[in-house]
Design a protein around this ligand. Structure first.
Ligand SMILES: Cc1ncc(COP(=O)(O)O)c(C=O)c1O
Length: 467
């Protein structure tokens, strides 16, 4: 009791200071440069004796906080960056206070919360209860689990238990059109190998799979097992494979279908089960990122599969002292980590607080705002849209008329650097059809039309200063 009282007194001091720092940080988000491009940290050596709290805070306040990005703010438009709602942020804070190890059932309700959060996500995405899954650290981790469970399936077709015997005798071929870079990494990590991919052609000038080419290549394959990696939202063009048609092919060839819907799965919240993700319910495994469009803090993703038994075979933890007595697979036997953070809590709280309609409204809003800005860029004499805006990603470059492609590439990169140096918005580079483009992606729950006006003003100013 006494010890807890002393601990709590210490917490009180920290809470006050950390609340002050949090308030300051949040208050400045709108005004500060969205990204800090020139950063440095003084060379400090490890203290022999610990410092006072006030000294630690001073260092944090002076050296670290001013050099942080406004990634949670409404104009961080690089990569696919969600913000973090206040309730999800504070729930994440509580995750550290609670400090639960969500490895197996038997010592707290935390495992049930994770199961419920996964069930709620299935409802949010209108996916059948034949799916189940677990929280991961993000899309890459989900794609890795996807490749591991697909690998186990591939082994099963050949009488090999890959988890026990390894991949040495595994004969498997991968088919994909536009896999995310993290999936390529996952192929390496899973031992399948990055070179096992047979590239399927895309439909003209898109990143979308040409299903006829898939049919032809998968039929011609002599591999004993096949895995198809499809996209529900490619990271550059935001294209969606025709998942119903892809599923037909997979079913015919007994191929495993893994769909990367890291952010694209949220299109299903906006447009329902007959939108661009139609057919995803037939996938064997799905990647979705919660730190993207669900707007919970880093790091959090959810891996979904219809084959929990194979996932468990892949990741089972045989240690006796950890014996499973709960009757259902423990989370530690379904993923990479044995010890696991209570990552489900911010997801659970966000879903509880906003409900399906709340999340749908910010997804729709982001899509609408992206289209508005894309239309403006298309009409501008200074810039050109490189690809029609499908959802929440805009690809554009400077108007290339009168310039060679190479000159336009250079000027586009210069423009991107000027935009990021200005600091009102932050965007990332991309490549489209071999040419340099600027890629702008809106996934933050609080981005609104005033942010779009700021972007238009900045783009106008930069165009005027050029001429
Ligand atoms: C389609 C897709 N898959 C996977 C990932 C990787 O996700 P993470 O960065 O959360 O590991 C991303 C990230 O942008 C993505 O867009």
């Amino acid at each position: 009791m006494k010890r807890n009282k002393k601990e709590w007194d210490e917490f009180q001091t920290y809470l006050k200071e950390f609340s002050r720092l949090s308030e300051q940080f949040i208050a400045r988000l709108d005004e500060q440069n969205v990204a800090k491009l020139d950063v440095q940290l003084p060379q400090l050596s490890l203290p022999e004796e610990g410092n006072d709290f006030s000294e630690c805070v001073e260092l944090l306040e002076k050296q670290i906080i001013p050099q942080l990005s406004a990634a949670r703010g409404s104009r961080y438009w690089a990569f696919v960056t969600g913000g973090a709602t206040p309730i999800a942020t504070m729930a994440d804070w509580l995750v550290s206070i609670f400090d639960q190890n969500v490895h197996k059932a038997g010592d707290s309700v935390a495992t049930l919360v994770e199961r419920q959060a996964v069930d709620w996500l299935l409802e949010l995405f209108d996916l059948p209860k034949t799916f189940s899954g677990l929280m991961t650290s993000g899309g890459t981790a989900c794609n890795f689990l996807g490749m591991c469970v697909a690998r186990q399936y591939a082994g099963k077709l050949q009488g090999i238990d890959v988890a026990k015997e390894g991949v040495f005798n595994l004969d498997v071929e991968i088919f994909s059109t536009t896999p995310h870079a993290s999936t390529i990494k996952a192929l390496g990590m899973s031992g399948i190998g990055q070179k096992s991919i047979t590239r399927i052609a895309s439909i003209n000038n898109t990143e979308k799979m040409d299903v006829d080419d898939l049919k032809a290549k998968i039929s011609a394959s002599h591999a004993k097992a096949k895995i198809v990696i499809a996209s529900a939202g490619t990271v550059t063009a935001t294209d969606f494979d025709d998942l119903d048609k892809v599923s037909d092919v997979c079913e015919l060839h007994k191929a495993w279908l893994h769909v990367d819907g890291a952010f694209g799965l949220f299109e299903r919240v906006a447009n329902g089960a007959n939108g661009k993700t139609k057919g995803i319910d037939r996938a064997d495994s799905i990647t979705v990122d919660c730190h993207k469009w669900l707007n919970v803090p880093y790091d959090c993703g959810t891996f979904l599969t219809r084959h929990l038994d194979l996932l468990e075979e892949s990741f089972d933890v045989p240690a006796r002292y950890l014996a499973n007595d709960s009757g259902t697979a423990d989370f530690m036997s379904l993923g990479v980590e044995n010890s696991r953070r209570f990552r489900a809590l911010p997801v659970w709280m966000n879903l509880l607080a906003y409900g399906k309609q709340g999340i749908k409204s910010w997804v729709n809003n982001n899509i609408q705002l992206s289209k508005t800005l894309a239309d403006w860029i298309e009409q501008s004499e200074h810039y050109e849209l490189s690809y029609p805006c499908q959802m929440n990603v805009i690809l554009f470059r400077i108007n290339a008329s009168g310039l060679t492609d190479e000159e336009a590439d250079i000027k586009t990169i210069e423009l991107m650097n000027k935009i990021n140096t200005d600091g009102r918005i932050f965007i990332s580079p991309g490549q489209w059809q071999g040419r340099e483009v600027i890629r702008l992606c809106i996934s933050n729950w609080q981005t609104d039309s005033s942010d779009i006006e700021i972007a238009k003003k900045l783009l106008t100013e930069l165009a005027d200063s050029k001429s």
